[in-house]
Write a new protein. Sequence first.
Length: 648
Amino acid sequence: MEEGNFDSDVLPTEERYHLGISTYRSTYEKSLSSPEEFWREASSILDWNRPWEKLLDDSNPPFYRWFTGGKLNVSYNAVDRHVRSSRRNKAAYIWVAENGDEKIVTYDGLYRRVNNLANAMKNLGISKGDRILIYLPMIIEAPVAMLAAARIGAVFSFVFAGFGSAALADRIEDSKARMVITADGGFRNGKIVELKKTVDEAVERTSSVRNVIVVRHTGHEIPFDDGRDVWYHEVVPNSMNFVEPEVMDSNDPLFILYTSGTTGKPKGVVHSTGGYSVWVANTMKWAFNPDENDRWWCAADIGWITGHSYIVFAPLILGLTSILYEGSIVYPAPDRLWEIVERYRVNILYTSPTAIRTLMRFGEKYPAMHDLSTLSVLGSVGEPINPAAWKWYYQKIGGGKCPIVDTYWQTETGGFVIAPALGLGLPPLKPGSATFPMPGIDPVILDENGKEVPSGQKGYIAYRKPWPGMFMTLNNDPERFKETYFSRFPGMYYCGDYAVRDSEGYYWLLGRADEVLKVSGHRLGTVEIEDALISFDGVVEAAVFGKPDPVKGESIVAFIVVRPELHSDTEGVAKIRLHVRENLGPIYVPDEVHIVASLPKTRSGKIMRRVVKAVALGDMPGDISTLESSASVDEIRAAIEEFKKQDV
Ligand code: WT7
């Protein structure tokens, strides 16, 4: 790829950020040349029960261990220490419901809630090292549950409340969760999402769960198993029950978060207590440079890493005030997000390119209805941001005065790895580039053979050094951890993305280099969706791939082979889609399902997804010499032609 293809407008930004990038450069250099000194200072962002002795134990790569010997508790750092300071009555969260209700929870209020839930969890037999699973909507109890677990040293796994029962069961099974914390339901687009029912189905398929704590939120009738289920309000009193924070080792796991890879089985990404917390708090400061009194709104869901790191841990460790919003950003009207920005005078808004493109489609008139002048910084995350969306965000939302902080990172990286470091001096921005690496990050762009490519050339992005926020392992699967991330380019962490570094050192992230899709910023595995499709009785083969989509980034296309009784039955297709929805969740439902008589396969019988995709998208199928028969290729073309006709 030619460097000249990149838009390199340098846009003016607000005066207060014109610090140049010399502080960034010297900080970055120090982080690599004197890591001991650098991290000694950066780790003082936390209160430690015992200072760490060794910065990095790299005796057993790639199982790097940071801040060894250090002891701390994350809930203490996120809550207790603020309660002992002038932040005691400061809002930790301003919770906003889809219907407009609001609730303000101070640091003191959070402290009481966390202690009380921690106490209830202990009373139900949960102790240090146990695993619990959280399946909650965007309500206060979500951060409370994460912090309560951290307080008693239980490892939590938060599962996005949009996941279906099979996905939930897999995660319960793999994490061996002893407890589930859920709600009767959640609100979305004016409707109730049945969370408790999904939990019941999932728990039935597994054997580890002893208790389910249920938050009464929607208030509708739900099934209740008296031997297993308990109401949150019955076990969590309103009075204050102090629970001593468990003193944890820096390398005790804090949480497991499942994410998609190239196989059907989701990966349980394990994050540490010390390294992760140091990383998220520092990266938030470096990238967004928040003021003590800013109102921060990370409009992601807590169920994803963005929410874990930048709705819960980083802002709380820093003692900031966050907006926590339950609901759709375009319900009941397309100005919902802007209305919340105005009503709560939000200073920093952090959202995804898909959200920006969705809002952009509705037109300028919606943001123009609201006073957005409190905004000072705008963030983007989850997928590459195209220059047109970047400029719209910059001009129409930020009024040409708010820097765009495009943060590139992953579930595995814990926090930002490439992002403009506003806190260290704003670099001139280029729309579509995440700019430069965070301190401690040492990226390299490689070709197929692991050779560094010249600037301006596309390659695989990898990292030469570990950093504190990097995940520790995959739950139950250290071999897969090594194999997936550290074998492609020996000695380096390979993350599955393409990137370019231009001649000025700016990084441009170009999307996934593997069989992973990014649909509306959500990371989905093609194989996961294929497995869900063929688990439907009557579907015998499936090939799933992503098709470029102007709003969602990618849409999901499935080609399936079905048994004769299902053939050409549209009701059948509706049932298949419902099956995927109930098992994996609505975000996994294919946008297009095409039934064909056969799929192209290699002589050894492997479905050639690449060929299906190329043919369906009208590209040349490439080398198909290993193909078993070409009839299936013609059939895919015909199915697409037919689909296009129906579409008009
Ligand atoms: C994948 C990770 C990052 C937290 C939320 C998603 C893509 C993420 C960017 C960005 C270009 C991006 C990558 C990455 N990605 N942010 N700013 N520019 N691509 O975490 O679900 O683990 O997905 O999202 O492809 O590998 P995730």
